[in-house]
Structures are given as C-alpha cells and as structure tokens.
Design a protein around this ligand. Structure first.
Ligand code: GLN
Length: 381
C-alpha cells in the first residue's frame, strides 16, 4: 500500500480520548476530558426529546434551522452587543471542531501561513496542516499567557493568511486582556489577516467577567470568524452543536466547506438549542455561579494538598504547576491515573514544541462528590 496521509500517520490518539479510555478501564475519577457529570438543563433536554418525537427528523436546511440562526443572532445581540444578520452571517455546524476544520479548509490555500498560539487545543495544528497551511506558532508565556507584540509580529510574513485565536483559553483558563485583543485586531488589520476565533468558552467566565468577542474590535467585523458551541453553554458536550458567525463574504466561503463536510446537524438538537439560547439572563448567571463554586471548592482542595494552583478565570479547567517535583506532567498523569485512580491532562499535549512540561489540567465541572472523591484519592500523590 502507498503511504497513508503523513499528517495523520504521525499523530497519537488525542489525549482526551486516551485519558477517558484509561479512566473507563480503571474506574478512575475522570477529571481529564472536559465534560460535566451533571445531566444538563432538564428543560433543554425535554425540548430536544419533544422535537425528536413531534418534530422534523429529516435534513434541516444546510445553514441551520432558521429558528436557531435567529436565536444565535438574538443571543449575541443580548450578551455581546453584536448586530448579526441571521440570514447571511450565521451558520450552524456539528460542533466547534467542524466549524474550525471548515474555516481552515475554506480559507487556507496550500503554503499559506497560519498563526497559532501555544498552548493550543490539540486539534488546531493537524487541522492547519491538513488544510495545507504552514503553522507559525507564537508561545504564550506563563503566568499571564498574554500576547507579546514583538513575538506576534515576528510570526507574520506576507504569506500569512489567518490567525487562530482561542479566548477564553483552554487549557490555561485565562481571558485575554482588552489590550491583547486590541493588539491582535490591529495586527490582523495591518496585515490583512482573517481571525478565526474559538470562543466556545465565552459563557464560562467567572468573578463577574464579561466576554468580549474579537469581532467587535475596530476593523474586525469583516475579517473575523467567530465560533461558539452549545455544548459548552448548556453543559451538554455530546450534542456537538456549534455556531459560526462571520460577514457574508466569509460565511459564504465557509458554507461551501460545511456543505461537503457534515452538511447539517441534527434538527431536534438545533431546536432545543434555539430554545435554550433564549433562556433568561438569570439561568446563564446561575450556570456560571455554579461552576465558579465548583472551581473554588476544588482549588481549595488542591491547595490543601500542597499543589501550586494557577488561577482560573473561566472554562471548566484549572491547572497546577508541578515545578519543584522531579516528575514531568506526562509521568505525573500516568502515575495519578494508575496508582491513585484520578485522570487529568498533561498540558504538554497543548504545546507542540514541548516548551512546557510541568503543568497539569483538571476539569472541575463536576458534582461536589466527584471532586471530593478525586481530592481524597490524590492525598499523598
Ligand atoms: N474540549 C475538551 C477538552 O478540552 C475535549 C474535547 C475532545 O475530547 N475532543 O477537554
């Protein structure tokens, strides 16, 4: 047989799947892959069940149900002050990962450079490469994980087509500052770049923070692809209902990729998400408050165990610094799952250049009993 595709041939199985598999096999408490152990809002699930029984179960429109596209535009107007045309600027995808893949397939020509920021979600690099793009990675330095203007500008050349930006950032649980967003926007405008923004954590922000989308920065309205995810908003990660918002010229190109990638997304889940996005503000505030309480409970427990906890401003995750231990993150996570029955994620999986090997990520979006059980198992680790 001829050689298989070189991008995929060299890749390991994604760390999230590997850790969840190990947790299932060993009965470990799974604080690795990011998903809540709460069943999610009952009314949203009931809306989906009702739509399965009473609603349309054939192909929905390719760009998404009109009711959901309208609900997305209304939701972003309410929460982020955006003015999006649901007919021409909003598309529904099968999860944010499809939206990202489609955006890269639609925008990148072989040889185009794409700026990425490390730490990065493990799908980004292979997706850029498979689209024929040449990754140019900018490393964000702890503890702020902010942008450095010089490093950003050094990564850009006349061949740069796009920058892929995740805010709030998984795995560091940091939110980019106003100055960082303004800088990135300026650099995109000056260099004629498209910003592909993974904003799936936009609603999961704590301590009174409010998400500010890059598309709202000066000059970005026509050059930003904003990606969101119902899975993260409603704590229903298996649903895989994503959204893409972009100006008509961009969205038209993205739709061409989407039509031959997944084409559509289950209509019943779409109508339940439309229902959910229209929920009152208090529901979203309570969801955040609940997760913030879990964060505080788990972080206090980690600190009691002697871990150096890195503050988490959003997402489902908190990271700890292993500095001072004579073990790297991969060895630590392997020992943690095998000897203590707790699965976590080594953050080196987010650094393709191997720059950081001393940070471990835990998912705290769990019931108190799950967090407490994990902490008890971690005693003496
Ligand atoms: N977004 C999830 C996380 O960061 C993982 C999703 C997946 O497993 N592909 O944990």
């Amino acid at each position: 047989m001829k050689p298989l595709n070189a991008v995929y041939a060299g890749l390991p199985t994604t760390i999230f799947e590997e850790m969840s598999r190990r947790a299932r096999e060993t009965g470990a408490v799974n604080l690795g892959q990011g998903f809540p152990d709460d069943p999610g809002p009952a009314d949203v699930r009931e809306a989906a069940a009702k739509a399965v029984i009473e609603g349309w179960n054939q192909y929905p429109p390719m760009l998404g149900l009109p009711e959901l596209r309208g609900a997305i535009a209304a939701h972003y107007a309410r929460w982020q002050g955006l003015d999006l045309d649901p007919q021409r600027e909003v598309m529904v995808t099968s999860g944010a990962t499809e939206a990202l893949a489609g955006a890269l397939m639609a925008l990148v020509e072989p040889g185009d450079e794409v700026v990425l920021f490390a730490p990065m979600y493990d799908a980004y690099l292979p997706l850029v490469r498979r689209a024929g793009g040449v990754p140019r990675v900018v490393t964000l330095a702890p503890p702020r994980f902010g942008l450095d203007e010089g490093a950003l500008r050094d990564a850009i050349s006349p061949r740069t087509k796009a920058a892929l930006f995740c805010n709030p950032l998984n795995p560091t649980a940091t939110i980019f500052s106003d100055a960082d967003r303004a800088l990135l926007a300026r650099v995109c405008v000056e260099n004629d770049l498209v910003a592909i923004c993974d904003e799936v954590w936009e609603h999961v922000v704590f301590d009174g923070a409010r998400h500010r989308p890059l598309i709202a920065e000066p000059g970005m309205r026509e050059r930003t692809v904003k990606i969101g995810s119902a899975g993260k908003i409603f704590n229903l990660t298996g649903w895989k209902v994503g959204f893409v918002c972009a100006a008509p010229a961009l969205l038209g190109a993205l739709a061409k990729a989407h039509q031959f990638l997944t084409f559509t997304t289950p209509p019943n889940l779409q109508s339940a998400v439309a229902y959910g996005l229209a929920k009152e503000d208090a529901w979203f505030e309570a969801m955040r408050a609940d997760l913030q309480r879990s964060r505080d409970r788990f972080c206090a427990g980690l600190a009691d165990l002697g871990f150096a906890v890195i503050p988490a401003a959003g997402t489902y995750f908190v990271t700890v610094d292993l500095a001072g231990r004579d073990e790297d993150d991969v060895a630590f996570c392997r020992r943690l799952v095998t000897d203590h029955g707790v699965a976590a994620i080594p953050v080196s999986a987010f650094y393709p250049g191997g720059e950081v090997t001393n940070v471990v990520r835990f998912c705290f979006a769990k019931r108190d009993a799950t967090l407490d059980a994990a902490l008890a198992r971690m005693r003496g680790v």
